[in-house]
Design a protein around this ligand. Structure first.
Ligand SMILES: Cc1cc2nc3c(=O)[nH]c(=O)nc-3n(C[C@H](O)[C@H](O)[C@H](O)COP(=O)(O)OP(=O)(O)OC[C@H]3O[C@@H](n4cnc5c(N)ncnc54)[C@H](O)[C@@H]3O)c2cc1C
Length: 433
């Protein structure tokens, strides 16, 4: 059958297991250890985390984004989407299931471009969930425009010397290694003149100046580092992929990362919709339940429709990735999803907050955090504006300019052509009148 909106029963059973497991065994971790998600666990925490990771492995759901050659099940992106919708409800769930960002994207590029030695040293522990990694590209003076990047890696004998500043390098303070993008040929466009390096976190010369938090987090306690790389000496073996190939590699990484965020966003938005509906059915005001009020019904209907549209688009794009096995061929739809994602989460979380009244605005409910998360989704992995430009460029590729004075669909022109086509009939009709 070429179109099928059903999940195979075997995988459906695994999703049911994951749904209950995340609710009962993982979501409670978010409440007790909210700040330790990306921290290598100490012995005490291991006693809690390791059995849960093992339960996931026993179900064959560990690192499902990976193919069998890397220890995954090769389920593909479509099934991963169905699973990620569940994992998106919890901060801890991606770590417990071995598919957390940014490590998934980082693992993907090491798997694609790494040497055997690099895979052994960096990829294996990453896939085993033993270490965390950091992707260090954005700079204080430029994020979305690579022509502003200034961090340089200069050849020094067999190796390299790295100098520069990076900003918003997530999880730097707990990562075992960084993937750093640096200019290696300043005489050409950055798209042709930057390279990627695998840099162990304890390499001399790396200074984490401070860890920046998001809006709602206490100052100085965030996960996004300002890093000064000062005369960091790297061996030749630190180069990931070919020299000056950073942008080709980055596309491999960011494509997967973006759609995985979208999959998890479905889970969060669904959680907000669930809360909105429960509250609407539970709360009485002015002679009836909130669910009887048409404004509230409008919130629910709009949210359901918006979420379902978005979900189908994400599932379709995941299906396309499985089909082509090449993110570049699905660039347009990945970018379009990235554009929609912040709005979907924002709108549904905002309505859910509103339906909860003052409680919704309080720190006893998760809505303000969701709203802040939605804002961030419009920046991380590139701002919405830039992705809109990508969508438009890709859409326009399928069109050609009109070579006539008038547009192709100009009605007088089309009418003249249609009349010419049916001229014989028109004359005949007229003749019979
Ligand atoms: C939570 C979070 C996690 C992140 N994690 C990482 C990480 O791990 N590693 C990493 O390297 N980076 C990370 N980033 C940084 C992220 O990639 C950048 O924030 C993003 O690329 C935008 O760069 P910028 O912040 O410098 O904004 P700028 O590039 O300065 O852009 C600012 C604004 O200008 C506008 N703008 C920019 N370009 C255009 C354009 N062409 N047309 C119209 N308007 C435009 C947009 O409104 C944009 O938001 C993270 C960011 C966030 C928020």
């Amino acid at each position: 059958m070429s179109w099928d909106f059903e999940t195979e029963p075997e995988f459906g059973a695994k999703l049911d297991w994951a749904d209950a497991f995340v609710r009962d065994e993982v979501e409670p971790l978010d409440l007790v250890w909210p700040d330790l998600v990306f921290t290598p666990p100490d012995e005490k925490l291991r006693k809690v985390i390791d059995p849960r990771k093992q339960a996931v492995r026993d179900q064959g759901l560990w690192a499902t984004h990976l193919g069998p050659e890397l220890g995954g099940q090769g389920y593909g992106q479509l099934r991963l989407c169905l699973l990620n919708e569940i994992l998106g409800r919890s901060s801890w769930a991606p770590v417990i299931f071995g598919c957390q960002a940014p490590d998934t994207g980082n693992a993907e590029i090491i798997a694609h471009y790494g040497t055997a030695e690099q895979k052994e040293r960096y990829l294996r522990p990453l896939l085993d969930g033993e270490v965390f990694s950091c992707y260090s590209m954005t700079e204080p003076e430029g994020g979305s425009d690579p022509t502003q990047f200034k961090t340089r890696a200069v050849r020094d004998g067999d190796g390299w010397v790295l100098n520069g500043w990076k900003f918003f390098s997530s999880n730097a303070k707990t990562a075992s290694f960084f993937i750093v993008m640096a200019v290696t040929n300043p005489d050409v466009s950055p798209y042709q003149g930057m390279s990627m390096f695998l840099v162990p976190a304890d390499t001399p010369g790396i200074e984490i100046v401070r860890s920046v938090g998001l809006g709602y987090e206490p100052r100085g306690e965030g996960a996004h580092a300002l890093i000064h790389y000062r005369d960091v000496r790297l061996p030749a073996s630190a180069l990931l992929g070919g020299e000056n190939e950073a942008f080709v590699i980055a596309q491999t990484r960011l494509g997967g990362g973006r759609i995985h965020h979208a999959m998890r966003t479905i889970g969060q938005a669904k959680k907000a919709l669930d809360m909105m509906c429960e509250r609407a059915l539970s709360r009485h005001t002015q002679g009836g339940k909130l669910s009887d009020k048409q404004f509230v019904q409008g919130y629910i209907a709009d949210s359901y429709a918006q979420l379902t549209q978005f979900r189908l688009f994400v599932l379709y794009t995941a299906w396309e990735i499985d089909k082509y096995n090449d993110y570049r061929k699905v660039r347009k739809d990945i970018a379009a999803i990235k554009v929609l994602m912040p709005g979907v989460l924002h709108d549904i979380a905002q309505r859910a907050l509103q339906v909860h009244g003052a409680l919704g605005a309080s720190n006893e409910m998760p809505f303000t955090r969701m709203l802040s998360g939605a804002t961030v989704l419009g920046l991380a992995d590139g701002p919405t504006e830039v992705h809109k430009m990508t969508v438009a460029r890709q859409v326009l590729r399928d069109y050609r300019p009109s070579d006539d004075m008038w547009p192709t669909e100009h009605l007088p022109k089309k009418l003249a052509a249609a009349r010419a086509k049916f001229a014989a009939h028109l004359e005949h009709e007229i003749g019979n009148l």
